[in-house]
Design a protein around this ligand. Structure first.
Ligand SMILES: Cc1cc2nc3c(=O)[nH]c(=O)nc-3n(C[C@H](O)[C@H](O)[C@H](O)COP(=O)(O)OP(=O)(O)OC[C@H]3O[C@@H](n4cnc5c(N)ncnc54)[C@H](O)[C@@H]3O)c2cc1C
Length: 383
């Protein structure tokens, strides 16, 4: 079941689907075991134009619209959430923030490389002491002549050990959201330290890092947007990021559905395929319904984005529903697989481990509910 797509969107989806089947699906389990996807994937993503969707061609991008981005992220999410996350962060959070807020020089310096997969970006908002409460971050940037000097620690940073450029949010002024400024910090700058966080439940192929900024000096030209504009930049990136995460969740749930349907048709118990049992069909049908609903919610956000309409609350609705749906889908798929779902010879246990983070990052499910509640009631539960 699907909405009618135009030729360009259909073609993009077919290309992405075939590419994921060839370049991602066969390797995903091995990358998970090795706790690292093959870094060559970044360049391959760039070669396909997948790291430049929604970025104009004059900045090295491949154009396209928000729906194109959703179609791509669904396919990547179906193949491997670690690979999907590389794109979500380097393009979705960093590249698109650069395109929206960067100076022409910053765009020329970084966007062609990011879009080509020659460089990778990471997004440094979360700190050890501030996750959901990001407006109270404590990393400081202090003015020193023409430069800024950054000091602090960032936690759980996707692409952190691989990235060439880090979008770092630091305090330059008053407490709270209005005192935060964004900086583009090259990761080879003196004082920039990063350590990979191992032992994650899922997304094991993805490089997640703790970043320590020990007096990192950048020129004022590294500032992205105005002084005090950083929190707004971060929230705008996450609003749109949630659309992409929702689309990625649809991909994970679809992978669960496809695996469950296939297995239910092959596995026999009591002399018949388990697909013939109504309780097994119920597990599968429940996944299918939520895949459809989650996809439509993600596409609704894309439609609003593409028409230049406000979309923040709709993005929270989509992210909340789709991420919870992905976890349920993976759980149901394991149930369909029985004991075989519990071992990593089959993909569904990885789907559950990978899906679990989706209700946590880019705003937990609780935070999405507070954002939706604030929009509906006009009452801000964060103060
Ligand atoms: C694999 C991975 C990759 C990540 N990648 C990035 C990245 O690239 N860049 C980045 O900046 N961050 C990243 N993060 C961080 C992620 O965004 C945070 O973990 C998330 O925002 C939650 O913050 P926290 O972990 O500090 O949890 P906390 O904020 O401490 O929350 C703990 C619990 O309290 C609940 N809670 C908190 N406040 C409230 C409230 N007001 N009302 C109700 N419940 C509340 C939460 O919902 C949650 O259940 C990543 C995290 C992971 C695990």
């Amino acid at each position: 079941m699907d909405l009618e797509l135009g030729d360009a969107h259909r073609e993009l989806r077919e290309v992405a689907r075939a590419w994921v089947d060839k370049e991602v699906v066969p390797y995903a389990a091995a990358w998970d075991r090795a706790e690292s996807v093959d870094t060559a994937i970044v360049r391959k993503l760039g070669d396909m134009g997948f790291l430049g969707i929604e970025i104009p061609e004059e900045h090295g991008g491949s154009g396209g619209d928000a729906l194109s981005y959703c179609l791509l992220l669904e396919e990547l999410g179906r193949g491997d959430s670690s690979v999907r996350g590389i794109v979500s962060v380097s393009l979705g959070l960093v590249g698109k923030s650069l395109e929206a807020y960067g100076s022409e020089q910053q765009k020329q310096d970084w966007l062609p490389r990011l879009c080509a997969g020659e460089s990778l970006g990471c997004f440094g908002l979360t700190e050890p002491g501030t996750g959901s409460d990001a407006a109270n971050l404590t990393t400081r940037a202090v003015r020193d002549g023409e430069d800024w000097v950054l000091t602090g620690t960032k936690m759980f940073i996707t692409n952190g050990t691989w990235a060439d450029i880090a979008l770092i949010f630091a305090r330059t002024g008053e407490p709270g959201p209005k005192g935060v400024t964004a900086f583009l910090v090259p990761t080879d700058a003196p004082g920039f330290g990063r350590t990979e966080i191992k032992g994650k439940l899922g997304l094991r192929g993805q490089a997640t890092a703790e970043i320590v900024l020990d007096g990192v000096r950048v020129p004022d030209s590294a500032r992205l947007g105005g002084e005090g504009q950083g929190f707004r930049i971060a929230m705008a990136a996450l609003d749109k990021g949630r659309m992409g995460v929702a689309a990625g969740c649809v991909g994970v749930a679809r992978a669960c559905l496809e695996a469950a349907v296939r297995y239910a048709g092959e596995r026999e118990q009591f002399g018949k395929p388990i697909a013939s049992y109504q309780l097994v069909q119920e597990l599968i049908a429940d996944i299918a319904v939520e895949v459809e609903a989650a996809r439509l919610l993600a596409w609704r956000v894309a439609d609003l984005v593409d028409r230049g309409r406000p979309f923040g609350t709709e993005a929270s609705v989509a992210k909340l529903f789709a991420s919870e749906a992905a976890v349920k889908a993976a759980n149901n798929a394991i149930q369909v697989f029985g004991g075989y779902g519990y071992i990593d010879e089959y993909p569904v246990s990885k789907y559950l481990r990978d899906a679990r983070v989706l209700t946590l990052y880019e705003g937990t499910s609780q935070i999405q509910k507070l954002l939706i509640g604030r929009a509906l009631t006009g009452v801000n539960a964060f103060v």
